[in-house]
Design a protein around this ligand. Structure first.
Ligand code: ADP
Length: 630
């Protein structure tokens, strides 16, 4: 007998009733069947597996892709006095054992794991000893190579089928096209699965595309107007910084966030934004997953995202509280070409991936058959310059290697600065004498690091800049000058990526097994981009309907709030235009461009009219895309 689920919802969450398909999903897993739950962001997926897990005896295993997501979930459960454990990376093996012990004997209700953990024997063995009541696979689209966030380690999830064969499995996701759904069912080996799909409709978000040749002006205008929080998505770190500065200069409270920022600063920036100290976050796609801020009023994409999946997910961070919000793509005429150029021309083919892999091995001086297993700090830009690689293409090649488990890639910004005074004492004194301005700073360095005249010493630029009241940039300049004047040896290493090789170097033989996958992947990327560009150039179909159709919802209703719906209402075409068009089409077929030229009509009005005539079947389109009278 299990406990009443509505009571559990009330007791632990304080909610009076279930939403959408929650109740049906919960009842289905409790009856022992597998479930695939497709729900929009903010739809309440967690409750779907957490409530039944509490209703039944035993422990629920949750697979989740991101440490941040896992930690957040476990913290939330603990707040509700529910016993939960997170097994993420960086835990000492002894501790792993203790944690797993707790899951076997300790009355814990949830064990959260990253998929990589399932590769460990100790984890597999202990799972078999647990009384597992439910397996929940969060962000299940990560298992599909057609999805946007494909994580090969997710394929390991099917091992759970063998470990605890009788336990029902629930897969959950907020982004899944029909093809991804098929993949999830197949790869997780879901049995007689019941699929529940709540509409992905986000009716409180007005989706818009704003064409403008002065996007900065538009950005300032929109962000200046909104009352609460906002996010601006861009595609490069440089752009993050420059747009945040631009907003600040214009009196708008803003900050920036990208993958290259040290972890501590990331947390600080996130906290400031969450607590409304900074209003607008300008970010790359490194920002967002697991960020649950309910009152984001506006999400602007300043550059075109690479797929509608990414777009919908990022735009969906607006209005989680259900209040009216807006998601805008700012696009100039050149943007579409640029996006194509940026994405399609930088998709690496198999030969290029092989080349990057081979150069990477040379770069780290790894010989054939060798495996260096410790993480290696990597200066990506230097690598690209050295071998003449286009950085976007090289990064995509590294990502392909990462996705196919040849190596593991971590964005990890580290700066290491070392200094050693090599001149004699007399020469140093002489130097200090001649450089009165910088002397106090140099003296501080000498005093802070005792052995710095004898050996190469790692110095902390941040601390020194605090101590001396000098900016880090200026400090570096002084150190460089010391080196130029032969007083000290100075080295400043930057690494922005960390690479861990996972298999020994075998050149072609390493890459060949997944050559086809690389080709398929490129094809997916091309299709994704085409759908994205289709969304932007679309001038007739309601934005929300367009997005929902893409996610397999055929009968979506018009939103009434997107740029297309609102323009249509405002600009009904005059009646005589209709008459004139029908007269023209009586004579011969015309393209919409030709009709626009001949009638001098406003493009949008004309397109709206043609769409209506099509719907009413008074005109149709021939193979040359021309309109004909029916
Ligand atoms: P998702 O993972 O689908 O994006 P969450 O599980 O984070 O969404 O839920 C979004 C918010 O909705 C959370 O604050 C959650 O507590 C709340 N929520 C979930 N189910 C209900 C419900 N039945 N009634 C009211 N609020 C709910």
């Amino acid at each position: 007998m299990h406990k009443d689920t509505t009571n559990i919802l009330k007791e632990f969450w304080g909610y009076d009733g279930f939403r959408g398909s929650q109740k049906m999903i919960i009842d289905t897993v409790i009856s022992g069947k597998d479930v695939l739950a497709l729900m929009p962001t903010g739809g309440g997926k967690s409750v779907c597996y957490q409530v039944p897990a509490l209703a039944m005896e035993g422990i629920c295993i949750v697979i989740s892709p991101l440490v941040a997501l896992i930690q957040d979930q476990v913290a939330q459960l603990k707040k509700r006095n529910i016993k939960a454990i997170a097994l993420t990376g960086g835990i000492h093996p002894n501790e792993v054992n203790d944690l797993l012990d707790n899951c076997v004997y300790g009355n814990y209700k949830f064990l959260y794991l990253s998929p990589e953990r399932l590769q460990q024997n100790v984890v597999r063995e202990r799972i078999q000893q647990m009384n597992v009541n439910l397996i929940a696979i969060d962000e299940a689209h990560c298992i599909s190579q057609w999805g946007n966030d494909f994580r090969p380690a997710y394929l390991e999830c099917s091992i759970l089928r063998e470990l605890v064969p009788k336990t029902p499995m629930m897969a959950l996701t907020a982004t899944a096209t029909p093809r991804v759904v098929e993949d999830i069912v197949e790869n997780l080996e879901l049995n007689e699965v019941r699929i529940f799909k709540d509409s992905f409709s986000r009716s409180n978000i007005a989706f818009k595309v704003k064409r403008s040749e002065d996007k900065l002006y538009q950005l300032k205008k929109y962000m200046g107007k909104i009352p609460g929080s906002g996010i601006v998505y861009v595609r490069s770190r440089k752009m993050c910084i420059s747009l945040a500065n631009f907003l600040i200069k214009n009196g708008i409270s803003a900050s920036f966030y990208h993958g290259g920022i040290p972890k501590k600063d990331k947390e600080k920036k996130l906290d400031r934004w969450l607590s409304d100290e900074d209003r607008i976050m300008v970010a790359t796609n490194a920002f967002g997953m697991g960020v649950d801020k309910p009152d984001v009023r506006l999400v602007i994409h300043y550059q075109i995202p690479d797929s509608l999946e990414s777009y919908f997910q990022e735009a969906g961070r607006a209005g989680r509280d259900g209040k009216p919000s807006t998601a805008i793509i700012l696009a100039s005429n050149e943007d579409e070409d640029r996006a194509k150029q940026q994405f399609l021309s930088t998709l690496p083919d198999v030969a290029f991936v092989k080349k990057v892999y081979s150069k990477l091995n040379n770069y780290f001086q790894i010989s054939y058959g060798e495996l260096v297993s410790e993480p290696l700090a990597f200066k990506f830009n230097e690598f690209c310059t050295h071998y003449g690689f286009n950085p976007n293409m090289a990064f995509n090649a590294l990502r392909a290697l990462d996705q196919n488990s040849v190596l593991s890639l971590a964005e990890n910004f580290k700066e290491k600065t070392t200094l050693q005074f090599v001149a004699s004492k007399a020469e140093i004194f002489n130097y200090l004498d001649k450089n009165r301005k910088t002397a106090p700073i140099i003296q501080t360095i000498l005093r802070t690091y005792g052995g710095i005249t004898d050996h190469e010493t790692k110095i902390n630029l941040y601390m020194l800049s605090q101590k001396t009241g000098t900016g880090e940039k200026h400090l570096k300049h002084i150190l460089q000058q010391l080196a130029n004047d032969n007083i000290a040896a100075y080295q400043n290493h930057n690494s922005d990526l960390e690479i861990t090789f996972l298999v020994p170097r075998e050149d072609e033989h390493t890459i060949n097994p997944f050559a086809k996958k690389i080709k398929d992947f490129n094809q997916v990327k091309q299709q994704n981009m085409a759908a994205m560009l289709g969304y932007i150039s679309n001038r007739n179909i309601c934005r929300s309907v367009y997005l929902l159709n893409y996610f397999g919802e055929k009968n979506a209703e018009k939103c009434g709030t997107c740029d297309i719906c609102t323009k249509k209402n405002k600009e009904a075409p005059p009646h005589d235009l209709e008459k004139r068009i029908l007269e023209l089409l009586e004579l011969r077929p015309y393209s919409s461009r030709q009709l626009e030229r001949i009638t001098g009509a406003n493009e949008l009005q004309l397109l709206n009219l043609l769409e209506r005539l099509l719907e009413e079947r008074r005109v149709s389109i021939n193979l040359k895309n021309e309109y004909i009278k029916t």
